[in-house]
Design a protein around this ligand. Sequence first.
Ligand SMILES: [Cu+2]
Length: 202
Amino acid sequence: MRRDWSRGMWLAVGAVAALVLGIATTLLLAANGGFRGGGPATWRGAAVQCSAPSLKGHVVEVTVGDMGPGMMGRPDGGVPNGGPGGHGLGMLWLRATPRAVPAGVVSLRVVNAGVLPHEVVVLPLPAGQTVGERLTGVDGRVDEAGSVGEASRSCRAGTGDGIVPGAAAWTTVKLQPGRYELVCNFPGHYGAGMYAELDVTH
Ligand SMILES: [Cu+2]
């Protein structure tokens, strides 16, 4: 949501989706007993559940999200899907800025702007391969072998069970020069568009 085109798109989609998502979120929370006195403000309060502390090195801002259960399969395709060249069904998205950072200490600051849990795993991108090309197993996940970092713990650093909606997560890693792919490896999420390239320069 940091680029103008996507912010505009997000606002347009958001205007339409707010009501639907509000209802869906309300039902979801009601079913889970998730109300904590805030009620419907939960949706509007996305990303305020916690924020990351100041982080070391070059910081990459990552936003992950989805259109929510009420918006799956929108026929008009008007869904942010990771930017130009995005593949997959485009229902889920992962965006990172900047797209390139110098080698060394790099921190990922992730915000989950969706209504589903997500995560960010950093995988080296093999030569000749572009993002979105990994094969997914029968479980809908990609192979995480070779992972060099992960942010999947709500309001904490490092590896956990996933970032809950509205929460931040972060990790600080040392990256060698090369091309990397940031992925969400919840079942089916990679195939639905949750990946982005991060280049590490000399
Ligand atoms: Cu995800």
